[in-house]
Design a protein around this ligand. Structure first.
Ligand SMILES: Cc1cc2nc3c(=O)[nH]c(=O)nc-3n(C[C@H](O)[C@H](O)[C@H](O)COP(=O)(O)OP(=O)(O)OC[C@H]3O[C@@H](n4cnc5c(N)ncnc54)[C@H](O)[C@@H]3O)c2cc1C
Length: 341
């Protein structure tokens, strides 16, 4: 199996921060993973494309970067079934499907990263989540040294959450996913920006619209290094929302089916006066306050400190503790944002 020692990860994270790993392994078969079982008794981190990861120290633990490749399509009368390996690029998979007339992923276009990471935080955008299409996930379990299939229900998907961030964290690797797309596809156009499109829009038109909106709204990590939304949108109870609304009548909020209310974290950060705020080389993006950026050779700790400042300022003003969406990695493994996080 390919590996490298004392490897710089600066080109392997979308914040473009400096960090070195003592060793990085590139497994691409189940046999490779079986060889790695011993490595996983020490701190390690599975890295995809690094677009949801912040290295907060100059050194990381051992890195496992799976490079399984391949996309296979099955077709029945009612649906398409697409199996994609974890090392494939997510946006390339979306384009592959749309090119083949397999509709469903168009709202999830241009989300950076690998296929293997997509179920981990249940990637979502424009009213659609990957959970909507997951039929099964192949999971290589280090303790058992073999693969098993997890059904959609077993993945315990939730908003930016899944079993892979909880009970199965650091216990194995997603090697491939199987998605199911019913042929009686219906476009999802409820989301702002898509709701002006004709009801019978082709999936490619929707994808192109999503790409155009994302390019206009989000900084390109290749130009301004970032990891997209740094924080999750907080979900509060109906009572807490009424209290907040009485103090901030214009608060941006989305009613959830279960009676709770999702708030726009970007709105809270902007209202706290932090849009464009800079700390060392790190900055709250001046157009999209939910995105923290590396504007001038910031190190991981600079970005973490900025995130902590944002979290504490929003807490003091709105009594809401923002939770990071980005995964933070120190030398000994994953770390949290603050002592109270
Ligand atoms: C500009 C920009 C826009 C973004 N927009 C969105 C958006 O609209 N919606 C959204 O949901 N996200 C968004 N993101 C976040 C990011 O694209 C997703 O979280 C993506 O899934 C990360 O993929 P990655 O391969 O880069 O993950 P990494 O950062 O490499 O890893 C993320 C997590 O997944 C784990 N992991 C990676 N691969 C595997 C595997 N094979 N098996 C098990 N665990 C694994 C890692 O250990 C880590 O915990 C955005 C990011 C950027 C930079």
């Amino acid at each position: 199996m390919k590996s490298r020692q004392q490897f710089s990860l600066q080109k392997n994270n979308s914040f473009a921060v400096y960090a070195t790993t003592p060793i990085i392994y590139y497994p691409n078969s189940e046999q490779d993973l079986q060889l790695l079982a011993a490595v996983t008794s020490e701190p390690f981190y599975i890295l995809g494309a690094g677009s949801n990861t912040l290295f907060v120290e100059g050194v990381t633990p051992v890195i496992i970067k799976p490079e399984f490749l391949g996309i296979h399509v099955n077709e029945t009368e009612e649906y398409y079934q697409v199996n994609a390996a974890c090392g494939e690029n997510w946006h390339d998979l979306v384009c592959f499907c749309i090119d083949k007339g397999i509709n469903g992923l168009e709202n999830l276009a241009l989300i950076p990263g690998s296929v293997g990471a997509a179920p981990v935080q249940n990637i979502g955008a424009y009213g659609v989540e990957i959970a909507d299409f997951i039929e099964s996930v192949t999971w290589f379990y280090f303790a058992k040294n073999k693969s098993q299939q997890l059904t959609q229900a077993q993945c315990q998907f939730d908003y930016r959450d899944s079993i892979f961030k909880n009970a199965l964290k650091n216990k194995g690797i997603i090697t491939d996913i199987t998605l199911r797309f019913p042929k009686n596809w219906q476009p999802k156009l409820n989301y702002q920006g898509l709701n002006t499109l004709p009801k019978n829009s082709h999936a490619r038109v929707i994808m192109d619209t999503v790409i155009a909106i994302r390019n206009a709204k989000l900084p390109d990590p290749k130009v301004i290094p970032n990891a997209g939304s740094f924080f999750k949108n907080p979900v509060v109870s109906a009572e807490q929302f009424l209290l907040l609304k009485s103090n901030h009548p214009e608060i941006a909020a989305y009613q959830q089916d279960n009676g709770t209310v999702k708030l726009a974290a970007g709105w809270l950060i902007e209202r706290a006066g932090l849009k464009g705020y800079q700390l060392n080389g790190a900055a709250v993006h001046n157009k999209q306050a939910l995105v923290l950026t590396n504007i001038d050779s910031a190190c991981g700790a600079d970005i973490k400190n900025l995130a902590l400042h944002v979290q504490q300022t929003v807490l003091a003003l709105f009594a809401i503790m923002l939770q990071p969406e980005v995964r933070m990695l120190g030398e000994q493994g994953e770390v949290t944002l603050g002592a109270i996080n």
